[in-house]
Design a protein around this ligand. Structure first.
Ligand code: PGA
Length: 428
């Protein structure tokens, strides 16, 4: 069989934070090869697959030699001979071999790199680009980009409490235009900061380092940047926030260090609802902490008709959690991060659960990334309507946007974005 897995090899490569990470390369009997690199989160949900890191002093404890050893000693022999085009069999073997609920024995990093490398090898083996292989006959479509302008939270030394201030070019008709508009906003934001003497480099995902005196100042500056770039806020370009509230909230209390105050759940919800009234916000991710289901339900009830409410730490790309959230009315969209799940099969299951629940979905990169562009193919091939990969600078981010441009040329639908009516803020 040409698509039988012949060899699995791992190498230690480096991510965008200069930390070691895992690359897996799979060769098939017919000669095709596939390769993928594990990304890494910094603000991680407690329910996600955990990476296997060496600990100790070298590389700040972040080295991956144990994960590489596990691939050589266990994963390679277990996958040998399996048909790479049978992704669920490959992933089942990985899950069974690891044997832990959080994939901590062999490492989520080892598993996701192996799982994605198998998909790449399979696509090469049948002579298709990855997106088309994953689409299985569906036309595929480029996703609407969600792009970071200011970074914060765990990605910027907690300089502001909220983690990401992003834009979505809701008025753009195609992928390339969405990028053009975002580039103008990013440039305008940089100019604004420079004029105010507040230009201080970039955060982990390449968004500007947030030298603001309050969370809301970041928001108002973003809206000004949209205007100064020549766009109508909300109509052409809207605001999307990742609060990442699990980073500063626990037991229904929310500590805003930047503003030196602690909010109750209700006060936190009121603050966010106030923002949604004063600013053109179309999407909020993790508005409340992962342990605050009651808060998420209350916020979804209050704002979910008009605004996209994404679960990241709360849902951790887990189908069972998505089904539970839908049953209680928490969130209306799910963030899809393959390394939270640990395998592509489980990632796909979370997406299917979202579809069954009527939830929207956003494929997402991590704050620690590389040149690997697998997630763009997942978004296109699986027909996921939105994609977020960080800012509009730095090549680990731009590699993904640029791949989206290439796929726009290859797709039967060209660069056409999902229709507004199919997105949470465009529903009648
Ligand atoms: P993370 O950040 O990779 O550190 O979790 C990505 C995000 O903002 O969701």
């Amino acid at each position: 069989m040409k698509t039988a897995i012949q060899s699995v090899t791992a190498r230690r490569v480096w991510d965008s934070r200069g930390r070691p990470t895992v690359e897996v390369e799979i060769a098939l009997a017919g000669g095709a090869r596939g390769r993928a690199i594990a990304p890494a989160g910094a603000s991680t949900g407690s329910g996600e697959a955990v990476d296997l890191r060496d600990g100790g002093a070298p590389q700040g404890g972040m080295d991956v030699t144990k994960a590489l050893a596990g691939i050589a000693a266990e994963i390679a022999p277990a996958l040998a001979g399996l048909d790479a085009t049978d992704q669920s069999a490959v992933d089942r073997a990985l899950i069974d071999l690891d044997g832990t609920p959080n994939k901590g024995r062999l490492g989520g990093n080892a598993l996701i790199a192996s799982s994605m490398a198998a998909a790449h090898a399979a696509a090469a083996g049948v002579g298709l680009p990855l997106w088309r292989y994953l689409a299985g006959g569906a036309p595929g479509r480029v996703p609407l980009p969600e792009i970071q302008i200011f970074g914060g939270g765990a990605h910027a030394g907690r300089r502001i409490d909220i983690q990401d201030l992003m834009v979505i070019a809701v008025g753009a008709g195609d992928f390339a235009t969405a990028l053009d508009w975002t580039a103008e906003v990013y440039r305008a934001a940089g100019k604004l900061l420079a004029e105010q003497g507040k230009l201080a480099g970039v955060a982990d995902e390449g968004g500007f380092w947030p030298v603001f005196s309050s969370n809301e100042e970041a928001l108002s500056t973003l809206v000004r940047a949209i205007e100064q770039a020549g766009f109508r806020p909300g109509e052409h370009v809207a605001v999307s926030l990742d609060i990442a509230a699990s980073e500063f909230g626990e037991n229904g209390r929310y500590r805003l260090d930047r503003e030196n105050r602690t909010l109750s759940r209700d006060e936190m919800i009121d603050m966010l609802l106030g923002w949604t009234k004063r600013y053109p916000i179309v999407s909020i991710e993790d508005p409340l902490a992962e342990d605050d289901e009651a808060g998420l339900v209350a916020f979804t009830k209050a704002a979910g008709e008009k605004i996209q409410i994404i679960g990241d730490d709360f849902l951790v790309t887990n189908a069972a959690r998505v089904r539970h959230a839908a049953s209680v009315g928490a969130c209306n969209a799910v963030l899809i991060k393959p390394n939270q799940a640990g395998t592509l099969t489980e990632t796909r299951a979370a997406l299917e659960a979202a579809r069954e629940a009527g939830y929207s979905a956003v494929v997402s990169a991590r704050s620690g990334e590389t040149e690997d562009v697998t997630i763009v193919h997942l978004a296109v091939g699986w027909g996921v309507p939105q994609l977020r990969v960080g800012s509009f600078t730095r090549s680990e981010r731009m590699a993904k946007w640029n791949e989206g441009l290439r796929l726009s040329e290859a797709l039967p639908t060209g660069g056409a974005l999902p229709p507004r009516s199919s997105l949470p803020w465009g529903r009648p």
